[in-house]
Design a protein around this ligand. Structure first.
Ligand SMILES: *Cc1c(COP(=O)(O)O)cnc(C)c1O
Length: 368
């Protein structure tokens, strides 16, 4: 296997492609995590993280994958039943985690590709007092984007905490944790942040923290109150993956230079290009492709495409691979019948074009 990494051929919806400069940044020196040099490194991450989350609160850094903070969000939420909005595989995982943490979970379902309408959420919140509501911002299994601007306010009005999986949202889609009054928002390093896997980032509102001590079994590694206590010292509760923090520092400095607004626009442009490509490919090849997510509810970071019955999802993935591009297969129950393109992280519309051409050639071959 070649040890030289060429950026621009890896379009999985996570983990995502990593620029060589960022890979190289991991080679910083070892550091004791209780000391001034570490605190400076850790503090340097905060302005960039606060921008991508749209928050003035400190952003926790967890040495875990994103699922770790998914669990933290539920475990440390005040006692009581949980309402889970389920419209895909990751939303299902969030509900499962809540159950496995001992919560009484009510599921509000939407078809895969849609999002749960706010009116239904409001109805459910009127019928019963919930401790928290779980939602996935960008559902990576279907490419659907949940509108969150009024979601947090609605939960607050009914005394519930809003817990948001924005793993393929943050740093690719607009996220306004504070303005949207969200109570716990988290992401992972290996999605739109385009970092190596192994870190998760999260924000808790003051409101969330005020009742977290009531949660009876918060455990230790994912205790939000521990993260909160240490972050004011610019430290993590336990030994962090310091090499990943070097990479994060380099990437967040890059994102600050790009600006988060420009980054979100670039993602919207890549999504628009992919959607137009699906329509154009359907017409030029006569292959009935369609996007799994509804118009107006599509994620800027990932597109999930439904195939006609005679073309298998893994055949498309293999054909793209033979042409030098990695794309995603369908996920969960959409595995055999769909493929996904992750247009997130540091990719550009021009770079994406090469990937779309490879998939187009593949589909032309498979449709024959
Ligand atoms: C990737 C992903 C996760 C899981 O992240 P891990 O880092 O693998 O734990 C959760 N939710 C969504 C929406 C994702 O895309």
């Amino acid at each position: 296997m070649s040890t030289v990494h060429e950026f621009g051929r890896f379009f999985l919806p996570g983990p995502t492609d990593i620029r060589s400069e960022i890979l190289a940044a991991q080679a910083g020196p070892p550091l004791p995590h209780r000391g001034a040099a570490f605190e400076r490194l850790f503090a340097s991450l905060q302005p960039g993280l606060q921008q991508v989350f749209g928050t003035a609160r400190p952003v926790y850094v967890s040495t875990s994958s994103a699922t770790g903070l998914m669990e933290a969000a539920v475990r440390c939420a005040k006692p009581g039943p949980v309402l889970s909005l389920v419209n895909g595989a990751f939303a299902e995982r969030f509900a499962d985690i809540a159950r496995s943490c001992g919560r009484d979970v009510t599921v509000l379902e939407a078809p895969w590709g849609r999002t749960v309408p706010l009116e239904q959420v409001e109805q459910a919140l009127r019928e019963r007092a919930y401790s928290a509501v779980t939602v996935v911002h960008s559902e990576t299994s279907t490419g659907a984007l949940a509108p969150l601007a009024e979601f947090g306010t609605l939960c607050r009005a009914h005394g519930a905490l809003s817990l948001v999986d924005s793993v393929t949202g943050v740093a690719g889609a607009d996220m306004q944790t504070d303005a949207w009054q969200l109570d716990f928002v988290f992401t992972g390093s290996q999605k739109a942040l385009a970092l190596p896997p192994g870190l998760a980032f999260g924000v808790a509102s003051e409101r969330y923290l005020a009742t977290a001590h009531e949660a009876p079994a918060r455990g230790r590694y994912f205790d939000v109150l521990e993260f909160e206590q240490y972050i004011h010292k610019q430290q993590t509760p336990n030994t962090p993956a310091v090499s990943l923090l070097y990479a994060a520092a380099a990437q967040l400095a890059h994102i600050e230079r790009e600006t988060i607004a420009a980054r979100v626009q670039r993602h919207l442009a890549m999504a628009a290009r992919t959607h137009a490509w699906v329509v154009a490919t359907r017409e030029s090849l006569g292959v009935p492709l369609c996007m799994q997510a509804f118009d107006g509810e599509r994620s800027p970071t990932v597109t999930c495409v439904a195939l006609p019955l005679h073309i298998a999802g893994d055949a498309v993935v293999k054909g793209a691979a033979a042409r030098g591009f990695v794309i995603g297969g369908g996920y969960g129950k959409l595995k055999a019948t769909h493929f996904r393109i992750g247009h997130m992280g540091d990719h550009t519309v021009d770079g994406l074009e090469h990937c779309l051409s490879a998939v187009h050639e593949t589909l032309a071959e498979l449709a024959r």
